[in-house]
Design a protein. Structure first.
Ligand code: MG
Length: 371
């Protein structure tokens, strides 16, 4: 098992699942975990081996006795271990976005060489993976990913400058971390999913459509050449796609709740507003452009989201920062994970400068209104 800094939750997971090895973010967290284990009832000779840092992460992800890796570390810190696991030919259940958004080309080349199985855990791609089992790849015409539309689906565009982080964090259907929730409010998250779908299923961006479906019951649809469309439906519970990645190609019983067809229900579908949510449009453009554009897209967005959460920039500035970063950062062809991490770092530092400029303007304006 690997974790970041939450040693409290990790302790309870160690006691419940008794892993052989545990990796945490750094030595400081490792020491905290040691104190917690010492205070627990678990005798020291039954503790897992306790490791820390990114090298240890790669070691456990590629260890011989591992057959399946669930890659769920948030951010680029999950990239190297996931890539090495793919190279080692493991089955990888993928819940980390950066692996394909930032490293798509390099990672997919490794998948082709090693024959590793990449099974998406994100609900939309997992749904698509299921729908694609119904036909041949050559028969697929397009993929349709659904989007909840986020909390500002019905907010007029001119009101978006006033929305607060608290409002943006109030996602209608999924309970998630703060970055992905903001990314859902801007539809950036759906843009990332379009990029990931292109890599996962070898599709051109023109073959991936997004449709807003506020109820989040249909996760994805695949349209075949004959006009038949298959959809994957389930309640919003991530345990189902996680289990799918673990048991594929088998299906096992799962504890998730079921759709209740004795109740009347209405599902809506409508096209996304690319004018109101320009980050979705930018994602298509970056995937078409290729090279490192999608890596810069992700890096700039993460910096912008942090600044928005700190109330330093407005909601429409999120897209502004990302667009300006992309315009100023020259795209190049990444050839290795190290290249990608370098592009990620440089893009972030440029995005931070652009945030400072905008935040500075915002603060000066607020000051002049006060005086
Ligand atoms: Mg999703």
């Amino acid at each position: 098992m690997a974790a970041g800094r939450n040693d409290a939750v990790l302790l309870s997971q160690i006691l419940e699942f008794r892993p052989a090895q545990v990796v945490v973010a750094n030595e400081e967290v490792r020491q905290r975990l040691i104190s917690r284990l010492s205070a627990s009832l678990l005798p020291a000779d039954r503790w897992p081996e306790l490791l820390a840092g990114s090298r240890a992460l790669v070691e456990v992800a590629t260890a011989g006795e591992i057959d399946t890796l669930i890659s769920a570390i948030v951010g680029v810190s999950g990239l190297e271990a996931t890539y090495q696991s793919v190279r080692a030919g493991k089955r990888v259940g993928l819940a980390n976005k950066e692996v394909l958004v930032s490293g798509g080309q390099v990672v997919m080349e490794a998948v082709r060489r090693s024959g590793a199985e990449l099974i998406p855990i994100d609900s939309e791609h997992n749904g698509a993976h299921q729908c694609l089992r119904a036909g041949e790849r050559s028969e697929v015409r397009r993929l349709i990913l659904t989007a909840s539309g986020g909390p500002f689906r019905d907010t007029p565009k001119e009101k978006l400058a006033e929305v607060t982080p608290a409002q943006a964090l109030n996602h209608p259907t999924w309970k998630m971390g703060s970055r992905i929730t903001i990314d859902s409010a801007t539809l950036m998250n759906k843009g990332f999913e379009v990029i990931e779908a292109c890599w996962l299923f070898d599709l051109d961006p023109s073959q991936v459509d997004v449709v807003v479906h506020p109820q989040s019951s249909v996760h994805a649809m695949v349209e075949y050449g004959d006009g038949s469309i298959l959809a994957q439906l389930s309640v919003t519970d991530m345990r189902m796609p996680i289990q799918y990645a673990l048991t594929y190609p088998e299906r096992r019983q799962s504890p998730v709740s079921r759709m209740d067809w004795t109740q009347a229900r209405t599902w809506q579908f409508y096209p996304p507003d690319l004018d109101k949510f320009p980050l979705l449009r930018l994602a298509y453009e970056c995937q078409r452009a290729g090279g490192s554009a999608t890596c810069t897209l992700n890096a700039a967005d993460e910096v912008a989201v942090e600044a928005f959460l700190e109330e330093r920039i407005t909601f429409p500035d999120l897209a502004g920062i990302v667009e300006d970063t992309l315009a100023r950062f020259p795209s190049r062809e990444p050839e290795s994970i190290q290249d990608i991490l370098g592009i990620d770092r440089e893009s972030r530092s440029l995005a931070r400068q652009l945030v400072e400029q905008r935040a500075g303007r915002k603060e000066r304006l607020a000051q002049s209104l006060k005086t």
